[in-house]
Design a protein around this ligand. Structure first.
Ligand code: MRU
Length: 367
C-alpha cells in the first residue's frame, strides 16, 4: 500500500500477467484498489463503468488493452490476425462515445499494426512487439504532453490566483499531471499558492471524489463547492480563471466536456472570468466541424437517482435525463491550451495552425 494516491499509476501494463492494471476509480477516495483487466469484456466494462475514466486515461487503457488482446490472437496469418484485431478494436471503441482519445488511440494502434504486418511484411510476433512499444509510447507521450500543457497554462495565471475546475481532468484522468490540473501542479512546485475551487460534479462526483482527493493529497489549497455555487464564488471575486479539461474539441473550438462545464463557462462570461480548455492535441477532432456534431453519451437513470446515496433520492419511476457531457460554445472560451501552444479565437484558424505545427514537428522527429 502506497502512502499517497499520487504514487500509483492511473493505468499500467503488466506484461508478465497479460493485464492492464488500473486504479478502480469508482471506489475512491475511500478505498484504493488496483484491478487487472485481461479480457475484452473486462476492459470494455472498466471504461463503461468509469472504473477508469478521463479522456487521456481512456486512450492509454484502450492502447494497452488492444495490445494485451492482440497478444492472445493465435495465428501466423496477418489477415486472420487483423480480422480479430478489428473485432476487438470496434468492441472497445463502443465503450464510450464522446472522448475522442478512445478512438484516436485505437486508430493509432491499428495504423502501426497495418504498417508493420500488411505493408512491412513483419511476422505476427514482430507486429505484437510493435503494438507493445506503441502502447508504451502513447502512455509516455501523455506525461510529456500534460507537462507542456501545464507550462503553457501557467502563463495565463498569477501567484495567489483562484482557479475553478470542473469534473476531474487531473492525474487520475491521465498518466501524470492531468490537463486542467497540470498548471496547478506546476504552480504548486513553484510556490504559486493557488486557491482551487473544485466543483463536486454531479451526478458521479468526479470533482468531490477525485479532484478534491488528488489535489488535497498533493498539498494544493482546494475548496470543494457544489455545482450550483460557481456564481457565488465568482461574484465574490475569488476566481481569476477557470481551467477545465475536455473530451472532444470540434474544428470551430466548440468543446465537449463533463456535463455542467457549459454552465460554468456561461457564469464565468457574466463575471468576466476567462475560461481555458486544457486539451492535448489528441482531443482535437478536426473532422467534427462544430459541437452540434459531437455525440453526447447518455447514461443510466440510477446514476442520478440512487447511485451515490444510501437510499434512493427520487420517486420511483421518475423520468431522468442524464447526459454525461455538454458542449461549451467556442464564444465562451478564452483559449484552448495545448502542448503546442494556446489557440485563441478565431479557432477555425488557430486550431488548424496548432495541428499543422504538430504534424510538422512529428515529421521532423521521424526524419
Ligand atoms: O465521465 P468522465 O469522468 O470520463 O469525464 C471526464 C471529463 O469530462 C474530463 O474533464 C475530460 O475527460 C478531460 S480529462 C483530462
Amino acid at each position: 500500500m502506497k502512502a499517497n494516491i499520487m504514487e500509483y499509476d492511473t493505468v499500467a501494463l503488466d506484461d508478465a500477467d497479460n493485464a492492464v492494471v488500473i486504479i478502480d476509480q469508482t471506489l475512491l477516495p475511500g478505498r484504493t484498489e488496483l484491478i487487472s483487466l485481461r479480457t475484452a469484456q473486462e476492459i470494455w466494462e472498466a471504461i463503461y463503468l468509469l472504473k477508469v475514466r478521463g479522456a487521456p486515461a481512456i486512450g492509454v487503457t484502450a492502447a494497452m488493452g488492444i495490445y494485451i488482446l492482440s497478444k492472445q490472437i493465435d495465428t501466423e496469418d496477418f489477415s486472420v490476425f487483423y480480422g480479430k484485431f478489428r473485432e476487438y478494436k470496434d468492441y472497445l471503441d463502443s465503450s464510450r462515445p464522446t472522448a475522442v482519445n478512445l478512438s484516436w488511440a485505437l486508430k493509432r494502434m491499428e495504423a502501426v499494426a497495418l504498417r508493420a504486418g500488411k505493408e512491412g511484411g513483419k511476422s505476427i510476433a514482430e507486429v505484437k512487439e510493435i503494438l507493445h512499444q506503441e502502447a508504451l509510447r502513447i502512455r509516455d507521450e501523455d506525461v510529456q504532453v500534460c507537462r507542456r500543457i501545464g507550462e503553457n497554462g501557467l502563463i495565463l495565471v498569477n501567484p495567489g490566483d483562484g482557479i475553478l475546475t470542473h469534473c476531474n481532468a487531473g492525474k487520475l484522468a491521465a498518466v501524470q499531471y492531468g490537463t486542467a490540473t497540470s498548471p496547478i501542479y506546476l504552480g504548486q512546485e513553484r510556490g504559486y499558492g493557488f486557491h482551487v475551487f473544485a466543483d463536486e460534479t454531479r451526478p458521479l462526483l468526479q470533482g468531490a471524489r477525485l479532484t478534491a482527493f488528488e489535489l488535497c493529497s498533493s498539498g494544493v489549497d482546494v475548496t470543494l463547492i457544489c455545482d450550483n455555487m460557481s456564481a457565488s464564488v465568482m461574484a465574490q471575486g475569488l476566481v481569476q480563471a477557470v481551467f477545465v479539461g475536455c473530451d472532444r474539441v470540434a474544428a470551430n473550438g466548440d468543446t465537449a466536456n463533463k456535463i455542467g462545464t457549459s454552465v460554468v463557462a456561461t457564469v464565468a462570461k457574466h463575471y468576466g472570468v476567462p475560461v481555458y480548455i486544457c486539451a492535448p492535441t489528441s482531443t482535437i477532432d478536426m473532422e467534427t466541424p462544430t459541437g452540434a456534431e459531437i455525440r453526447i453519451e447518455e447514461r443510466p437513470a440510477h446514476e442520478v437517482t440512487e447511485m451515490w446515496y444510501r437510499e434512493r433520492m427520487a420517486p420511483e419511476g421518475i423520468k431522468v435525463y442524464n447526459p454525461a457531457f455538454d458542449v461549451t460554445d467556442h464564444k465562451l472560451i478564452s483559449g484552448i491550451v495545448t502542448e503546442y501552444g494556446i489557440a485563441r479565437a478565431p479557432y477555425v484558424e488557430s486550431l488548424k495552425e496548432i495541428m499543422e505545427k504538430r504534424s510538422q514537428l512529428s515529421r521532423a522527429e521521424t526524419e
